[in-house]
Write a protein that binds this ligand. Structure first.
Ligand code: GLP
Length: 241
């Protein structure tokens, strides 16, 4: 695992944008694996800035998002589809028909998981997968205890995850209890993975990750088994190490 420690969140976002940009070559289709949450917002702003200044082009970009809440309409402001639309897609010249996110409103969720897993094979795997990390080490919505063999599946969200995400909703009751997420094995298919973390709230999770212990109790530890992972972490998240 390569580790880049940055002075702050802004520099973390710039470095992550650099890695995404490097994979986006004009001569071929580029597949970006994308994440939601607060952490990637600065990276998306940086990608938008690079598009607006003519440094980046998104016409050859296909995206595969990690996860989506179950039962939240796509048009709901907190659906991950809306999140991606508002924070990246609508600002750049990408064809949103090539922007893939699991459908959390599918009538048959099992079938939707199988469809999405097949899609990862069909259009992917991502040239690069951007990841955040939950306080409990979750990646995507793979909570502690998730099998490292897991493919796209429906998960029951941990109370701590619902509490952490309640800030995006008006109350904790509104936070969905389930989500569809790419599994650990699906995530590990990416050619390159970049995990970003900032702020002291993530310091414990980063310390655990850097302890090198590999266990299903700490989902992000699976990344130690991937050949090409870069961790970009700001000083505040790295401080207790
Ligand atoms: C969410 C997402 C993850 C994200 C994590 C951390 O639940 N499903 O993909 O990495 O929580 O979010 P944040 O970046 O807001 O701390």
């Amino acid at each position: 695992m390569n580790i880049i420690v940055t002075k702050d969140e802004q520099e973390m976002s710039q470095k992550a944008a650099d890695l995404l940009q490097q994979r986006n070559k004009p001569e071929s289709e580029c597949v970006l694996g994308l994440a939601t949450g607060g952490t990637p917002l600065g990276t998306y702003q940086e990608l938008i800035r690079r598009y607006e200044s003519g440094e980046m082009d998104f016409s050859n970009v296909t995206t595969l998002n990690l996860d989506e809440y179950v039962g939240v309409p796509k048009s709901h402001p907190q659906s991950y589809r809306s999140f991606m639309q508002e924070n990246l897609f609508k600002h750049v010249n990408m064809d949103t028909r090539k922007a893939h996110i699991p459908d959390g409103q599918a009538v048959d969720l099992k079938e939707e998981c199988a469809r999405y897993e097949a899609l990862i094979e069909e259009v992917g795997p991502p040239d690069i997968q951007l990841l955040g990390i939950g306080h409990n080490g979750h990646i995507g919505f793979n909570e502690p205890g998730s099998s490292f063999e897991s493919e796209t599946h429906v998960v029951e969200l941990a109370d701590s995850t619902r509490e952490a995400n309640a800030r995006f909703f008006t109350s904790i009751e509104e936070v969905p209890t389930k989500a569809i997420t790419m599994g650990i094995q699906s995530i590990m298919k990416a050619k390159k993975i970049v995990l970003i973390a900032s702020g002291e709230k993530k310091a414990d999770a980063i310390q655990k990750l850097l302890s090198q212990d590999v266990s299903e109790d700490f989902p992000a530890s699976a990344l130690h088994r991937h050949p090409d992972v870069t961790l970009i972490v700001d000083l505040a998240a790295y401080q207790t190490v």
